[in-house]
Design a protein around this ligand. Structure first.
Ligand SMILES: C[S@@+](CC[C@H](N)C(=O)[O-])C[C@H]1O[C@@H](n2cnc3c(N)ncnc32)[C@H](O)[C@@H]1O
Length: 323
């Protein structure tokens, strides 16, 4: 039976109590992540009867074998290990209201709370969260981390003023909404597939950001629609690497939308070894570096989350690279 999740009360913990559910580790992890993106962080009650079989282990190809992180999850799922992550300390304060289904997220604007004499400047976003239209309907930790980074750096290293910004795979729209809220002078396009449009539009209205945040359908790998600018100044993407068939589509869209001057902030949660295929595709067109000026970096890195800054390789060098 699912049990209530205290962090996102409209989602559930699921006890895996059949061998069949665990028999395909990739799918099991995807399903669990979709139901509860914070599942790695919270104590799980002991779970019995969950053991990968020899047969299933031999069915996994070398690229999709369980990683160390997965191994830890497996122990947590089996109840032999309890998880209490530091990550909760760097995510925004959040409160979910059962009555209206709205999640309130409060981000700190200051890097050093003590400098503010105890009164910490904050910015809040209200989000309708709903897992029904797909995994994007809830606020994932990577999105919260990218939002926190923007909140803490938009007045210094990541200026948003007068910038055109596109968020890919926005889900609820959180990251783009935060950008729009932080700087009314930027224009932000939060984009996702059609089933997420309704929730994104509602969240724009809920935060009274209609003037500078637009919700638009954008499917990776398809021609960029005329409703979004073809070359934005900034592209934001959080937790968009999780479904292997979409890897080339995402790289294509990143390439279509960018040139070497585009800043791409890409918050990535490593889930499985197969993710390396995404980076093999990415390196044909982009270089990347870890964003180092986030004071929370050490904490979320330990949860296999990394914030990267991507740059498109000039076309002529891409050709040379392929030779
Ligand atoms: C794990 S969710 C992350 C949502 C949000 N960025 C966050 O951090 O909370 C991945 C998002 O990618 C979107 N997505 C997946 N495949 C896509 C595609 N082919 N085109 C556009 N969006 C896609 C999903 O709909 C979903 O909203």
């Amino acid at each position: 039976m699912p049990t209530e999740n205290p962090i996102l009360p409209n989602t559930c913990f699921v006890r895996l109590n059949t061998v069949q559910t665990y028999a395909i580790p990739e799918l099991a992890h995807e399903k669990l992540d979709a139901l509860n993106p914070l599942r790695h962080l919270i104590d799980c009650s002991p779970i019995q009867d969950v053991k990968p079989t020899t047969e299933t282990k031999s069915n996994i190809d070398s690229d999709t074998q369980i990683t160390e992180g997965d191994q830890e999850d497996e122990e947590i799922l089996r109840g032999s290990k309890k998880s209490k992550s530091e990550l909760l300390s760097v995510l925004p304060h959040q409160h979910f209201s059962e009555s209206d289904g709205v999640l309130d997220l409060t981000f700190s604007l200051s890097l050093n709370k003590h400098l503010q004499g105890g009164k910490e400047p904050q910015v809040s976003i209200r989000l309708i969260v709903d897992a029904a239209p797909g995994c994007g309907g809830i606020a994932w930790p990577a999105g919260q981390i990218l939002s926190s980074y923007l909140t803490q750096t938009y007045q210094t290293t990541t200026s948003l003023s007068n910038k055109t910004i596109i968020e890919l795979g926005s889900g609820t729209g959180l990251v783009g909404l935060i950008a729009g809220k932080l700087d009314p002078l930027c224009t932000t396009y939060i984009t996702d597939q059609a089933p997420l449009l309704d929730i994104m539009r509602k969240n724009v209205l809920l935060n009274v950001l209609e003037d500078n945040v637009k919700a638009v359908e954008l499917n990776w790998g398809e021609p960029v629609p005329s409703t979004v600018p073809s070359k934005p100044d900034i592209i934001l993407a959080a937790d968009c690497v999780y479904f292997e068939p979409a890897f080339p589509l995402l790289v294509q869209t990143l390439a279509d939308l960018s040139d070497p001057s585009t800043l791409i902030l890409f918050c990535y949660k490593k889930r499985r070894k197969a993710d390396k295929r995404f980076f093999s595709l990415l390196k044909k067109k982009f270089t990347w570096a870890e964003v180092m000026d986030d004071p929370n970096r050490g904490i979320y890195n330990r949860e296999a989350i990394t914030l990267l800054s991507l740059r498109k390789i000039p076309e002529k060098n891409q050709v040379e690279k392929r030779k």
